[in-house]
Ligand binder design. Structure first.
Ligand SMILES: Cc1cc2nc3c(=O)[nH]c(=O)nc-3n(C[C@H](O)[C@H](O)[C@H](O)COP(=O)(O)O)c2cc1C
Length: 172
């Protein structure tokens, strides 16, 4: 059976450099997902020492820049997405369809085709009171996105419901 591809996208929320690999990428790889990891430019700076270890979990490169028009696409189209952590900044951009980096480009495309997606919103108390924030979350939820708080363990729990392996077993 072809392994399902999971788009694992991370933005620059505090602590991502400590838990992205051990809390999410490794458990997801153990579950059988083929990981297509994409980082925002700031997350890529924070996770620079982790890139080789993330790439050891998959046959696909970790991305944070766009390809040249003459280059082939480095990632296949993922079957489902985890966006964790999602900053206030990147949640706003996703809700508005702003694809000014590779991570937001891949997420915006996924939202457009209503791909299964779990978003771990990591925003502080003051950030969450930004007047546009609730509206941005409502846009994502209306498109079928499962938005969770907490940590990577909440994401793993929700992903099982949003993108169950049974669905992939039925693919031709
Ligand atoms: C140490 C540190 C921790 C941060 N944690 C968060 C966070 O948890 N949530 C958030 O929305 N922004 C956080 N920020 C601010 C974002 O990193 C900043 O807005 C950045 O521009 C987001 O870029 P990105 O969304 O493209 O990754 C943090 C910044 C620093 C320096």
């Amino acid at each position: 059976m072809t392994r399902p591809v999971l788009g694992l996208v991370a933005s620059a929320g505090g602590g991502v450099e400590r838990w992205l690999r051990t809390g999410l990428a490794e458990p997801l790889a153990r579950q059988g997902w083929r990981l297509a990891v994409t980082l925002t430019p700031t997350a890529a700076r924070w996770l620079e020492p982790e890139v080789a270890r993330l790439e050891a979990l998959t046959d696909l490169p970790v991305r944070w820049t766009s390809r040249l028009p003459s280059e082939p696409k480095p990632h296949p189209v993922p079957d489902a997405f985890v966006f964790a952590p999602a900053t206030l900044n990147s949640i706003a951009k996703l809700a508005l369809g702003i694809g000014d980096n590779q991570a937001l480009t891949v997420l915006s495309e996924a939202l457009g085709r209503r791909a299964p997606m779990v978003v771990l919103a990591q925003v502080g108390a003051e950030q969450s009171r930004h007047p546009a924030y609730d509206g941005h979350l409502a846009v994502l939820r209306a498109a079928g996105v499962k938005v969770v708080g907490g940590g990577p363990e909440e994401v793993l729990g929700e992903l099982a419901g949003v993108a169950p392996f049974a669905a992939f077993d039925k693919r031709p």
